[in-house]
Design a protein around this ligand. Sequence first.
Ligand code: EPU
Length: 431
Amino acid sequence: MDVFKVSGNGPLNGEIQVGGAKNAALPILAATLLTDETVVLKNVPDLSDMRFMIEILQHVGAETVQPEPGTWEITAKEISHIAPYELVRKMRASVCLLGPLVARMRRAEVSIPGGCVIGPRPIDLHIKGLQKLNCKVEIANGYVHVDASAIKGGPIFLGGRSGSTVTGTANIVMAAVLAPGTTRLECAACEPEVVDLCNLLVKMGAQISGIGSPELTITGVDKLHGCEHSVIADRIEAGTFVVAAAITRGDVTVKGIAPKLLSAFLDKLEEAGLPLELTEDSIRVLPYEGSLKPVDVITLPHPGYPTDLQAQLGALMTQTDGISIITERIYPNRFMHVPELQRMGAGIAMEGASAIIKGPSKLSGAPVMASDLRASAALILAAFAAEGDTWIQRIYHLDRGYERFEKKLSAIGAKIERLSENDMPRELLEE
Ligand code: EPU
């Protein structure tokens, strides 16, 4: 297994390019099953999660061609309606196959993804949405079985305890685009990745209005066709780079990202006193004197502060002068990085679903364990601010969602190396 060795860093300097969004590309790849014509996708990031999704598409019968890095041509002429456990278990987002299979095949058998370290990931809202579309849904032997022979549009309120659901909205929209009648979806997720999916579906011939708002109206059509689509930029990758620049007091321009996709995040950084220069498609972080100010944040569905940038902000707040309170409203258990940050010297106390961060902490390098994708990023960011070497194990979590992470960051001056576990000093390896 690979590990990262990160050595405490001086300021990062230069330009860094954002890649395609993982969380847009995953449902978009699934959406290629909605037509028997070829869909050409560009700006697809090269990540292990993409490879899992491509493997599932191939398993259900799609032909996949990669003419060049970042581009996939997918043709789903004849497909099966079954997504088996051995493939689905590798990635929760494979639940996004439910909508397209229901729409195209009028039936689906999709294994229910297993647990997840960031907390329970129920699919009750996906099921409720399908039932509202007049589908019969049964759970048996770890699978969701859907009989969609009588599928038809109708009114659906898709909100849950924490508000909207991102992949749930994706599934119901994909199921509804080929369902007879009109579906009025209330409390739809407004995340830019859902907007990107809807834009692709419209290019394929779907009729959707209200895109980007919490109320979507979908009028079913008989057939969808092929198209070409470029996946939007990854706002979470961009935000992670912004924090990397801020925590090293660097001068970094993050390119290929529209700041308006990150308004809640950038607003908090401005409140913290981070000097920023924004253009239509770039964010420049400028060096600052003294220390940043603490901020209080609550994660919420878009356009609120994104949960996927919670851990990274926490790492930055360990370096500010005062007390920050970061509260999770989407995944209350998403604080697995906190004990590892504490081992590096961070002053953090947990109180329910809130991290109370008292800064500034003098961080020092230590062997730490990555537990999930965004936690891995937070540990690397903290390592940039630490004195000495930090060894980060289980970085396969990071590889699921950050493309060439260490290469992009090394190019602007980060001291981060990908090594084999065998290169780690033996006494630092966990038993
Ligand atoms: N929820 C339910 N019932 C459901 C579905 C969701 O109660 O049927 C709850 C969840 O427990 C959670 C909230 O609703 O409290 C929101 O979950 P959502 O369904 O929106 O999450 P998701 O679609 O499973 C996507 C991203 C996550 C991201 C969340 C929130 C993808 C592939 N995944 O997950 O990304 O954290 O939305 O924005 O799009 C990541 O990239 O690191 C990641 C975990």
